[in-house]
Design a protein around this ligand. Structure first.
Ligand SMILES: O=C(O)CCC(=O)C(=O)O
Ligand SMILES: [Fe+2]
Length: 337
């Protein structure tokens, strides 16, 4: 189990997160669905919809987004093939501390729950992948497909961010430049996730597949698989002390949509106009599918050297590196068995 110590979390966002661990209540809520058909010609209309969703809910779903569903499927198959390797094999690609690259097993402890998420993950952050790719014999085609998928997810993420940039009074390509894939300080991450299957008699109410948290990036794009639910959102992060009255709504997986959310970095960058929303992945309830859950998340995180300076200057400038380091350190404390 995890250690019982209560670390002091430096940033306001983290301090708040320690208060969100409870089960709360479940309610039904529509997560805005945004159609990206003909993106360039409909940019104005799409920007309006993205802005409303991001300022009101902080979560939205993209449909007709142009990212080939077959590629998403291939990436899922390779992710499953990777996680099916024996742990000794996966341990040859260990998570590089503070760099979001490599494999970890049940090591992420959330400030909200102080227990380790019931999952393993493999993270791809381009500048740090030396020695971390399984080769053609271990998982054929893994590297090629994941690199292609990472690029296409990035491309789409930059299109979405370009809409927010214009609304914030920045140049259209402001965030594309801030997430430059060609630079060594690039730190956007593709995370493959495998939530462990839950045997019927193994219910422990204190455990979570992913404890309640907000993301610390600018924009997260989550790919879920139909039939493997569990992701829940709770808008209104500032309702401190809501405790067990906090309301949680499920985001039903669909293979053709991408679930997106704003992270703390973009919330800060927008002087809190765009909302970074609490979410979690809960355990299956009795009677629900209890098998493994696979998902993939692409985190658009500004390059390390980029300074986060918002239009109205509500917060002091901070480099993206300093901002993220504090968050990663708080989340990847080694889980002690
Ligand atoms: O697996 C999911 O659906 C969500 C994952 C998530 O929230 C995260 O990794 O930050
Ligand atoms: Fe998340």
């Amino acid at each position: 189990m995890t250690t019982a110590t209560t670390p002091e979390y430096g940033l306001k966002e983290l301090q708040l997160e320690t208060t969100f661990g409870g089960m709360g209540k479940e309610t039904v809520r529509d997560i805005p669905l945004i159609d990206l058909t003909d993106f360039e010609n409909r940019r104005g209309e799409i920007t309006d919809q993205l802005w409303s969703a991001a300022t009101e809910v902080g979560f939205f779903q993209l449909v007709n987004h142009g990212l080939d569903v077959k590629l998403v499927q291939s990436a899922f198959e390779l992710s499953e093939a990777f996680f099916a390797l024996p742990n000794e094999e996966k341990a040859r690609f260990p998570l590089k501390k503070g760099l979001n690259a490599g494999w970890e097993f049940m090591s992420q402890v959330r400030p909200s729950t102080r227990t380790a998420d019931q999952k393993e993950s493999y993270q791809i952050t381009l500048p740090h992948m030396d020695d971390l790719w399984p080769n053609q014999t271990v998982v054929p085609e893994f590297q090629r497909i994941m690199l292609d998928f990472e690029y296409r997810a990035w491309r789409l993420g930059m299109d979405v961010l370009s809409c927010f940039a214009e609304r914030l009074g920045f140049a259209r390509d402001f965030f594309t430049k801030a997430h430059d894939r060609s630079l060594p300080d690039y730190q956007s991450t593709l995370r493959l996730l495998h939530y462990l299957p839950m045997p019927e008699d193994d219910l422990d109410a204190s455990l979570w597949r992913a404890g309640a948290h907000t993301d610390f990036d600018c924009l997260t794009m989550v790919f879920q698989k139909e039939g493997q639910g569990g992701l829940q959102v709770s808008p209104g992060k500032d309702a401190e002390g809501a405790g067990d009255n906090r309301e949680w709504s499920s985001v039903i997986p669909r293979d053709d949509i991408i679930t997106c959310n704003i992270g703390d970095m973009l919330m800060r960058w927008s002087d809190d106009q765009l909302k970074s929303t609490l979410h979690r992945v809960r355990m299956p309830k009795p009677g629900e599918y209890r098998g493994p859950r696979y998902s993939m998340a692409f985190f658009c995180q500004a390059n390390k050297e980029v300074m986060i300076e918002s239009p109205a200057g509500k917060y002091p400038p901070i480099s993206a590196a300093d901002y993220l380091l504090q968050r990663i350190q708080a989340n990847f404390a080694e889980a002690k068995k």
